[in-house]
Design a protein around this ligand. Structure first.
Ligand SMILES: [Zn+2]
Length: 240
């Protein structure tokens, strides 16, 4: 597999894909292409299966080896020939909803608390997700008070799209690199992927997102707690 841009970035609606086997080991297969999100940035790997002449097997995880992305299978099978990859659509949709919602929370907190940076994020498999922000001194009630504005951004059905920005330009735009410690890796051409929510936010990210905010159900802020001086943990849940 070449270092071209991932299918899950450029074709987020492609959830069933044809591919051929490039290389195989017991329990692992390398395909000509893959639409699976490999995990990272707090977003779990996609669920799904590979189908081929010999049957069907669940994909357990993806393992990078240089530019190659191996599919690690749930059983020690050897796959040959043509393959149909099937990404679990319901799971991907929920991950993309929560991921997009975290961008909204993050954008509104960044505005309300003067450039608060992200210290961590994790999307759960139970319809909730958490965002850790560096918010020393901020009142928890003010954080909880963001909930109506989050749902207003969802109601407005704002367009979400990816753009690619030169790494040096990205570094000079305030707030584009939102994480306090992690700089997302540049593409092979030296650009960084940026997720833009129309009129609300631009930030570097490698995950999967909705194409407009209205595709998420409303969210609730379930909990706001302090995890040390530089770590305020906000947990949200899908209300729909
Ligand atoms: Zn993202």
């Amino acid at each position: 597999m070449t270092a071209s841009r991932p299918l899950c970035h450029d074709s987020p609606d492609l959830l069933e894909f044809d591919a051929a086997v490039v290389d195989t080991r017991p329990g692992m297969v390398l395909l000509t292409r893959s639409a699976f999100y490999p995990g990272g940035g707090g977003q779990p790997i996609d669920r799904g299966v590979l189908r081929w002449a010999g049957g069907e097997v669940r994909v357990q995880r993806l393992e990078a080896e240089g530019d190659a992305l191996w599919h690690v299978l749930a059983e020690p099978l050897v796959i040959e020939g043509a393959v149909l990859g099937v990404v679990d659509a319901a799971f991907r949709r929920q991950m993309s909803q929560l991921h997009t919602d975290l961008h909204i929370v993050n954008a509104l907190a960044f505005q309300a608390f003067d450039g608060a940076l992200v210290t961590g994020a994790q999307i759960g498999e139970d319809g909730t997700a958490r965002l850790d922000l560096d918010l020393p001194g901020a009142d928890n009630d003010r954080v909880r008070a963001l909930e109506p504005a989050i749902n207003e951004a969802i109601r407005q059905d704002l367009a979400v799209r990816q753009v690619y920005v030169a790494a040096d330009v990205a570094a000079s735009e305030r707030g584009l690199l939102r994480s306090r410690s992690v700089t997302p890796p540049a593409q092979a051409d030296g650009t960084i992927r940026v997720i833009e929510i129309a009129g609300l936010d631009r930030q570097a990210c490698g995950g999967t997102h909705l194409s407009s905010t209205g595709q998420s159900p409303p969210v609730r802020i379930l909990k706001v707690e302090s995890k040390g001086r530089h770590n305020r943990r906000i947990r949200i849940g899908l209300a729909g």
